[in-house]
Design a protein around this ligand. Structure first.
Ligand code: C5P
Length: 226
């Protein structure tokens, strides 16, 4: 079965403080969305649908022009979850394809991380997500009080997240029908009764969100060139 992907890039990315949507922000002259698409293609992904904001088809077409492989774009929805559902619907791959859902903002995900996620689904996992340890001490706010959380038990969740295409489409339909709000696709799978398998993520797959993240991303690119 082929491995295909939805790259979600329909958010405004206002926290980055740029004049354009985050996915069109450039890192060393290449947009974040293009870097994310190329990272997946380099790891062997066969077909990619990018969800884009309304009214920016021309700008995204320029950003994605000349990308290797099959890349299409569709206008996203009001929430990330809506955008994923629209992206999944636009994929032409067979229902048993392995599908990855990836944030355009995680533009520098290493090919090994992508391959690891795909391999775990091939090996039989329902839903696979890359995770990294939490480096900060963490506290949970409980109304007026607060309490420590053992960070050894915690993992930060990244993308790409993967499942079989049929399975993820059905899970998203269920969550949409029941009106459940989620922030990632693993939660969608879990709601549909599927188990979530963790594989190692990578620091380079950071979600570029605030201006400081662009500085870090540039440093990662510089390190890769050495
Ligand atoms: O807001 P957040 O950083 O969690 O968004 C994660 C990803 O989902 C981003 O890549 C963003 O472009 C995408 N997104 C989307 N459609 C929306 C909202 C967010 O594709 N309506």
């Amino acid at each position: 079965a082929p491995a295909v992907a939805v790259v979600v890039a329909a958010g405004s990315g206002s926290r980055l403080g740029a004049a354009v949507p985050k996915a069109l922000v450039e890192l060393d002259g290449v947009t974040l969305v293009r870097r994310a698409v190329d990272a997946l293609t380099d790891a062997g992904i066969d077909e990619i649908v990018v969800t884009i904001p309304e009214g920016l088809a021309g700008e995204f077409a320029v950003a994605l022009a000349g990308a290797d492989g099959r890349v299409a774009s569709v206008v996203g929805g009001a929430t990330r979850q809506d955008s994923v559902r629209l992206g999944l619907a636009a994929l032409t791959a067979p229902a048993d394809a392995i599908v990855l859902v990836h944030d355009a903002a995680r533009s520098l995900v290493p090919a090994d991380t992508v391959r690891g996620v795909v391999a775990a689904v091939r090996d039989g996992a329902d839903c696979v997500i890359p995770v990294i340890p939490v480096v900060d001490s963490v506290r949970r706010v409980t109304g007026p009080g607060n309490e420590v959380v053992d960070r050894a038990d915690l993992r930060a969740v990244q993308t790409p997240q993967a499942a079989r295409l049929r399975v993820l489409r059905d899970a998203h339909d269920l969550v949409a029908r029941d009106g459940v709000d989620v922030t990632d696709d693993a939660t969608v799978c879990e709601y549909a009764g599927l188990s979530v398998t963790l594989v190692p993520g990578h620091r380079d797959a950071l979600k570029i969100t605030e201006p400081i993240d662009l500085v870090l991303a540039r440093a990662i690119l510089e390190q890769r060139r050495q």
